[in-house]
Design a protein around this ligand. Sequence first.
Ligand code: SF4
Ligand code: ZN
Length: 709
Amino acid sequence: MKKLFDRVFDGADEMYSIAEKALCDAVEELGGDAPLAMPNTAYYLANFLSYTTRKVTTIGELKEAFEEAKQWNIHDQNMGAVFKTGFGVFMAAEAIEACKYAKGPDPYEGKYHGHLSDAEVRELGVPLVTNDIPGFVVVYGKAPSDDEAVDIIKGYQTRGIFVFLLGEIIEQARRKELNMGFPVRVVAVGPDIWQVAHIISFVNRAAMIFGAVQPGDRWALDDYTFWRIHAFVNVYEPVSDIVVSCGAGAIAMGFPVVTDDEKDMWPVPKSILIQKDTQAFIETSLEARDIKLKITNVDIPVAFASAFEGEIVRKADTRVDFDGARFPSFELVRTLEAHEIEDHSTELFGPDIDDMPEGESLGIAMIAEVAGKNMQTDFEPVFERNFHYFINCAEGVMHTGQRDIIRLRVSKAAFDAGFRLKHLGEILYAKIMSEYDTVVDKCQVKIYTNQDELPALKAMANEVYDKRDERLLSLTDESVDVFYNCILCQSFSPSHVCIVTPERLGLCGAVSWLDAKATNQLNPQGPCQIVTRDRPLDPEIGIWEDVNENVVASSHGNLESVSLYSIMVDPMTSCGCFECICGIEPYSNGVVIVNREHFGITPLGMTFPEMASMTGGGVQTPGFMGHGKHFIASKKFMKAEGGSARIVWMPKALKDMVRSKLDATAKELYGIEGFTDMIGDETVAEDPDALMEFLTGKEHPALGMDPMF
Ligand code: SF4
Ligand code: ZN
């Protein structure tokens, strides 16, 4: 019998020799000076960067880095060295993949996902901290049958586990027409074991982005992957040596491996679990990694899981389409007296889907009425905004927008499975009662599809929205007694803390002051704590002694002082999941803002991932700051440096999104009409010269302001 360690070494040798050949071919074909980069990342080849600190940018540099990696493959039976071999294997695998990307940014032509972008890493920040994604699984090999392949993938997906697929299981899932992709959290990474490099790169970047782990700091990296990334591996038999060598790396990162292959698995370390019954992989894995699931039981005929949040229902697959842009529609939460509510009832006023022609577009209204001793009307919009997440969790049901601009589609497949409108009520009831149980005692849902009734109902809803907007406008940082902190992201960025105020929402964009207040009242021991604001030190820059005290305590001493309105003086830290990043543009005395969705270059010569990598991990970086989209139009945005008049460039889509509010703010603060049009975007400038020309032509106010440093 061959010993496990020897299998690791043989497998490593195999991976290195494949890499060696790929490199030789690449040098021959493209030359040593040929540039080499993974698309949409600021972390070079992240595995090489993490383990050796090398920043590889050409094929020649990759060759040098690879020579160094070879020293990690020394066939030493000492446990530490065996693990190190595993990391070396990941570098060799990354070299193989990098050679493909040297030839073009999409070597798999959409057939496999391959490399994951920095934006994708960052996108998972919030679902990870809220435990909507309780863990990651890498499934490799070929399941015993196509049906079992689908069962295990969907089994993980419905439990919220993010699924990476490698090898033949991808084809098995395709034959069964399983819906895969990053948005539904099932990623077909690639057909071969060396594409594991992309998954490890993803993990290593998460450690650098969220955990501020420095390249080369193996202890910090090990600590981070073990404690913060709840990942594990499933491998179907037969397990070859090269797969075993990758397993050594996975185990070194703290990721247990579950397999049904016991042949030549000797001696078996604790982190390899032999489970002969492949149908029990899920259970064995979750137990091994000690993963706690967050499950709400919702009694509906389709699957219900956060993985379906990103699912898209296409027109051709749509049974019914409720379209708020064309037909009066809305959703609303209302507080009533307890006696007015029949708990858990859903009433439908109008026809159900059966009586609607296939593919028809119509209007719909959904009203959830709640009562509770501790309920406050301020919580209504907080619950209501979550309808989007609640309803999207149902497989085959798609929801976009909020208030009276909603769109709701039910797929033919969901309809055939028995989904009807009363199930919308079931979803809303179950989620509201489980998420807000400390303030809601009773809840009932009313759904209206009677098209004649909708216009009058919508007018009523609009009155409620208007009242709320008035209240929101009256909420300023000066008008409230307290702010809140949010430390949700500390599970990934251990020293990060957001201070959330009425005029400055959390940088993820998901936590407004009202949200934080609701979170605090729902769970006083939870992630949002009250921050008093009694002792001002410099309210112009946004510094309070109370806030500083709180920040010192909640960052475990990592921060001393935070200013809420400046990006130069002790700016708020960034965790990594920010919606936008802004950075100083020195020629115009202004700032450039770019959102995560924008892939192009900015006039700073950097893309979003590059700018984003300048900050993060709970560290203060004057001149760069992560923030939410809604902060842009706030009167407190960079108030210390002169406010939103400093904004000189934003992607066009972001401009359009914030235009009306930003214009109103600029009019009030500076008396400027149509300010958003004075801001450059990618259609007029992607470099500083073109930007300056544009700004000069527009007489942009930043040009006349003092330099920021
Ligand atoms: Fe994370 Fe800040 Fe958002 Fe809280 S408000 S979830 S700490 S980014
Ligand atoms: Zn975060």
